[in-house]
Design a protein around this ligand. Structure first.
Ligand code: FEO
Length: 396
């Protein structure tokens, strides 16, 4: 994709990665690809904000070159050290060694360790600003959103916020703006991105949103480093973040489970019916057949979380164990949960899953429910009642 003008003399010069299917090593699924957004501001001091992942360096340099000779760049802003945004810095700085490289204090430390470049670093902190001619760039540090070095750049006169990863989405699109694309797909990807990357930092997100609100910055456009640019309705993603950062979720329930020979599946079916009896919508997601990151996105949305696994070798099935491991790291707050599972002899799985819920500080709606071998009619009735009990706790 070639450059696109966001506002007078401000251009998207990044790259669209249609082929990306996993990210962060292979830790994150990206079914719809992604983009690496870099921005060029043509002023008295031509300025580049962020770069792209190294496989797309050629495209970045071509796009800059369609507007200005990259050797004429005088300012380069590195909002974030992670390689998908800084990876092309060596190529850019080789062309424009005279450019000032603007970054946060932690950004300088990270960039030096990544690239060891002899570059003209200018370290900035929240509240600092620089003039690039007719325009002023001001900076807001955003530590742990999502790395210690993360920083937002604000274009004062144009009222454009460039917050790097924040408000981004992994989606490849032919057009760059929110009024040109399928927003249902974009919001789905934005929520998945939040759930899988920003969820553990939710209290910081809330604080940062408050801080930026207090700064009273008019924001006409939000131009993140992945996905579409919010120009029609930048408030939509800000409001969504405010909501996603809150503990809990809507009054629905995810049953995340796996089964070996079908007994835990039968338990899950009856538990789901109990939730439905009480009017609570349920999503039954089998951990061994559902994409882990899609599953985490669903868990983040729902207040209720039921975990189920049979006991195998005194523990849970591997796919359920992986989910619990991920959730303990991501720390979704405010969940109402319970655990269940079938067993043949030792029966440790429900208690183990319950202890995973306790690590999340979930409100435990019921004692763990374990059933031996194949559930009979009376036990299926107990499963349904278990579901009803959880549903009532979710609705409280
Ligand atoms: Fe934290 Fe898109 O990199």
């Amino acid at each position: 994709m070639h450059p696109v003008e966001l506002a007078k003399d401000i251009y998207w010069v990044g790259a669209v990665d249609w082929d990306l299917r996993t990210f962060h090593g292979q830790a994150l699924s990206t079914h719809r690809g992604s983009s690496y957004n870099a921005y060029l501001i043509m002023d008295e001091r031509p300025t580049l904000v962020d770069t792209v992942w190294p496989p797309f360096t050629r495209e970045l340099m071509r796009n800059i070159g369609e507007i200005v000779d990259p050797a004429k760049l005088e300012v380069v802003v590195a909002n974030h050290v992670e390689v998908d945004h800084s990876g092309s810095l060596p190529a850019v700085m080789a062309k424009a060694p005279q450019a000032d490289l603007i970054c946060s204090p932690q950004g300088k430390e990270g960039l030096q360790k990544h690239y060891r470049g002899d570059w003209r670093y200018k370290v900035v902190k929240t509240g600092d600003s620089i003039s690039i001619g007719q325009r002023t760039l001001s900076f807001i540090q955003a530590p742990m959103l999502h790395w210690p070095d993360s920083m937002f750049t604000y274009l004062v006169e144009d009222q454009i916020l460039m917050p790097n990863d924040a408000f981004g989405q992994h989606i490849a699109t032919s057009f760059r703006f929110d009024d040109q694309v399928n927003m249902d797909e974009v919001m789905e990807e934005a929520q998945k991105y939040y759930a899988n990357i920003l969820l553990p930092f939710s209290p910081l997100v809330t604080r940062k949103l408050d801080e930026v609100t207090k700064l009273n910055l008019p924001i006409k456009m939000i131009a993140p480093s992945h996905g579409i640019i919010w120009r029609q309705d930048p408030g939509r993603i800000v409001n969504a973040y405010a909501q996603w950062a809150q503990p809990g979720g809507d009054n629905s329930c995810v049953i995340a489970y796996d089964t070996m020979w079908g007994s835990t599946q039968r338990m899950a079916d009856e538990i789901a019916q109990g939730l439905v009896d009480e009017g609570v919508p349920v999503k039954m997601l089998r951990t061994s057949t559902t994409d882990m990151n899609d599953l985490i996105a669903e868990v983040a949305k729902a207040k209720g979380l039921l975990l189920g696994s049979p006991t195998v070798n005194r523990t849970v099935l591997p796919s359920v164990g992986k989910l619990v491991h991920e959730l303990v790291a991501l720390r979704p707050a405010g969940k109402v949960g319970a655990a269940f599972g079938s067993f043949g002899w030792s029966g440790e799985a429900p208690a183990e899953l319950n202890s995973g819920l306790e690590k999340l500080k979930a409100s435990i709606a019921s004692e763990p429910l374990g059933l031996k071998w194949v559930p009979d009619e009376a036990e299926l009735v107990a499963c349904r009642e278990f579901g009803r009990k959880v549903a009532r706790a979710i609705k409280e």
